[in-house]
Design a protein around this ligand. Sequence first.
Ligand code: AGP
Length: 599
Amino acid sequence: MCGIVGYIGNKKASGILLNGLAALEYRGYDSAGIAVLNDRIEVIKVKGKVADLVSACLSTKAALNGTIGIGHTRWATHGKPSKENAHPHSNDEFAIVHNGIIENFKEIDDFLFQHGYKKISATDTETILLLIDYFSKTLSTFEALKKAVSLLKGSFAIALIRANEERIYAAKKESPLLIGIKEDELFLASDVSAFLEHTKQFIPLEENDVAILEKNGTFHIYNNDMKVERPKKSVNWNLQTAKKGGFKHFMLKEISEEDEALANTIYAYVKNDDIDLDVDESLLKNTKRIIIVACGTSYYAGLTSKYFFEELLSIPTNVEIASEFRYAKPIVYEDDNTLFVAISQSGETADTKESLNLARKLGIKTISIVNVQESTIARLSDFVIYTLAGPEISVASTKAFVCQLAVLYMLALKIAKLKGIDVKNYVKELTAIPSILKQEFNRINSEIEQIAKKYFNVKNFMYLGRGISYPLSLEGALKLKEISYIHAEGYPAGELKHGPIALIDENTPTFVIAPNQEPFYSKTISNANEVKARNGKIILLSDKYFSIADDFIQSPTVSYYFSAFVNILPLQLFAYHIANILGNDVDQPRNLAKSVTVE
Ligand code: AGP
C-alpha cells in the first residue's frame, strides 16, 4: 500500500505534492518522490521519509516550478526500499507513480527486453512505464496507457505525465484513486487526506476507469473506451479522520483492510495454482523439522499454523517464544534438516532477531516472514517472505496476523507440493478467504459492537478453544488485554477443569471458539457446559448455533484448518469495541510499543 498524489493547475505543484505526500505517509514511508512538468520532467526522489524528500527538494538545483506534477510515498512490495526503486519512475518522455501489485510484470519484462528495453529498478512499476513508452511509439499517450493497462494483471492506481503535454493521465483497478476538484485546478490521490486542505469535493474513480486531467480544471473519464460520468462526492473530515479513512481508529481501519491485505499477500506468491516463494526449493523439499520463533501476535500466528504444518506434512513443527528460545539450547542434529522460521511484523523485535542469530550460529537455514521491507530480521535471514499487509499503524497487530498465517500456510503448501502432495484444493480454499473476509467485516462489525456493550465493564475474561482454535483463544485474549486493559486468559478448552474453571462465575464471561468440526465442536460445547454450570456467561463463536450461548456470533463455514482466518476477525472486533467503549487510546495503548527493539 503506497500513497499517490497529483496536481494540475496554476500553482507551483511541488509544495502541494509534498504536503499531499505527508498526509499519505501512513500508507507507506520507506521512500518517496515527485515529478514536476516544466519545460522537461524534473524528478526528485529519495530513500526515506517525506521529510527527507522535502530536504532534497530544497537543496536541488532543479527549478521545480512547474504547475503540473505527480508524487508517491512508498511501501515497498517489488524491489527493496532504495532511490532506484522509489517512484516516480521516469525516462525523458514519461514519469509514472503506481500503487498496487502487477502480478505478470516478469512476463512483460521479457517482452520489453526483447524490444531493447533495459530496466534501472527492480520494480513492477517501471515495467508499466516502459510498456507505455513502447506503445507510445505508435499510439497517442492515452491510447498507449489504455493498451498497457489492458495487459496488466493485478492491482493498480497509476498517475502518468508526459513531457510537453499539460495533462495528467490516470488509471485505476482495485487500488483506490480519487480526483479532487476545485474551480480551475485538479488533484489526484489515493485518498482524500492528500488534498483535504484544498477541497472536500472529489470523484472516486471506479474499476477500470482511465482518466485525463486537463490544465483548465476539466477532466474526462473513460471505461471500456466509453466516456463516463462519475458521481461527485464530498467529505466533512479533518485530516486525522481522513488518514483513518473515516474510521475512528487505525485499528478498526486495519481490520477492515484484512481482505485487501490478504489478497495482496496471497497473489504475490500464488501464480496459476503454483506457489512461488523465492526460497531454495531443495531446502524446502528436504525439510524434516520446522522451528518457528516469534513474539506476541506473531507467535500466535506461528502457533496457529503448527496444526496445518503437521496435518499436511507430518513434520514436527515446534513453535517457540523468542525470548525463551534465544536463551535455550535448541537440540539440532546434523541431518535433521531443520528449517528455522522467524515471524515479525516490524522486523525489528529484539528477541526474535537474537533467536534468528542463534539459529544462524547453529548453522540452520533461516526464513523470515516480515511485513516491513528491508528491516533487520529480513536482512539477517537467508530467505525472506514478505507479508503485504501494508503499514500497520495501530500497536495492536491485526491485518499482519492474517497475512502471516497466509504466508505460513503457503510455505506448508509449497513444501507439500515439493514432496508430491496434491494441494490444489487447499490453494483454492486459501484464495477464497479474502472475499469471505470482505463480506464478514461489513456483516458483523456493528453486531459485535452491540455484544461488546454488554461486557465492557467486566474485570476478567476467559477465551476457550480446542485444536486450531486454542491459539486463536490466546490471540483473542491478547487483543483484549493490550487495548482494553481487562485481564483475559486464553486456554485449551479441555484444560479448563484442571484449574482455571475456579475463576468462572457470573462476572467472568467466556468467549468460546468452536468451528463445527468434530471432535472439537462437541468437546468444546461440553466444556462450555462446564462454564455454564458455574453461572458463567458464554459468547459462542461458531458456524453452528448451540442454545448454551448467551451471545452467538455466526461465523462463515469454511474447512477446519481455514476457520482461523475467519474466526480471528470477530475476536479482533470484540476487543476493539470494548476498548473503544471504555474510551481507551486504542491505537496507542498504555505501556506498549509497535516495535519492541529491546529485550
Ligand atoms: C500485538 O498486537 C503486539 N503489538 C505485540 O504482541 C507484537 O505482536 C509483538 O511485539 C511482536 O511484534 P513483531 O511482529 O513486530 O515482531
